[in-house]
Design a protein around this ligand. Sequence first.
Ligand code: C2E
Ligand code: MG
Ligand code: MG
Length: 303
Amino acid sequence: MPFDQTGPENPATAVAAAPARTADAGLAQSMRPSLDLAAGQLSQALRRKLSHELRAALEAGTLALHYQPRVTLEDGRACGAEALLRWNHAKRGNIPPGLFIPIAEASDLITDIGGWVLRQATREAAGWLQNPAARQVPAVVSVNVSARQLRGGVLLGQVARALEESGLPPERLELELTESMLVDGSADTLLTLAAIRDLGVGLALDDFGTGYASLSVLKRLPLNTIKLDRAFVRDLPHDAEDTAIVRAVQSIARALHLEVVAEGVETEDQRAFLSGIGCDEAQGYLFGRPAAAEHLRKTLREG
Ligand code: C2E
Ligand code: MG
Ligand code: MG
């Protein structure tokens, strides 16, 4: 039975309502903990049901990836794309990843989903390279990964298998990690990430600035990219604190030889500011919304 569109059991309503209940709705909306909170607001029974339905969708092959272009600020060229998981439920409609990912992360379901995302994204990205026009752009595909995939070295095996099956050159794949995955800095985590880097795959720190990681994470981990969370981008260029933070992140990143990707760029003013301070790349609705692979292929051809 479909969810009542306005009822508390409708996951989409719950996710939209959750941030409004926090003290700083704007900031919380862009933060992962608020998404966990939204998923946490669903009843245990509904979470279990969604988890089973998500497993069924994975097995039936009805999950899909959308891709959002990432552009070079210097010339606006599409230099890559982030794979974002989409679940169009037959009866309940589109369920946002902010709601179903935390549910999947509560069990090993996320590991199986993560493996599928890696295989699908590398297969599709390898397909873009078949297009002679697209070959001119360094089409890096970015894939979000979850903490559980790092357990017991699973992620390394998944990455190696996806690269082998797809034939995608490793330097065209980048993994997006979050600060919370890295705070413990365990030897296991560091070894796995170093092994993945040794394959030639890139590592990005996603949602930078919203988690608990300290600057030491930037020093210890074999990262090449920082993705600046959109909480810091939203009020550019007017907010004095955000402009100071973004400039500081930019100069730390440069000193550490890391690229900065600004997330959630929606306006021309934000783009101009970021470009002016030497930020390398950006992603956001101003350049393109997440869309099916076919649509992205057109963007890359035109880019
Ligand atoms: P994320 O990795 O930080 O992805 C960026 C999110 O910001 C996406 O939301 C994207 O649609 C949204 N976004 C991009 N540009 C703009 C903009 O200009 N303005 C605004 N307001 N939003 C923008 P989406 O697709 O709902 O994904 C939410 C989160 O779900 C992702 O955040 C990521 O943490 C997680 N996620 C998505 N796909 C996967 C996946 O395959 N595996 C894992 N583990 N997590 C995933
Ligand atoms: Mg991401
Ligand atoms: Mg992000």
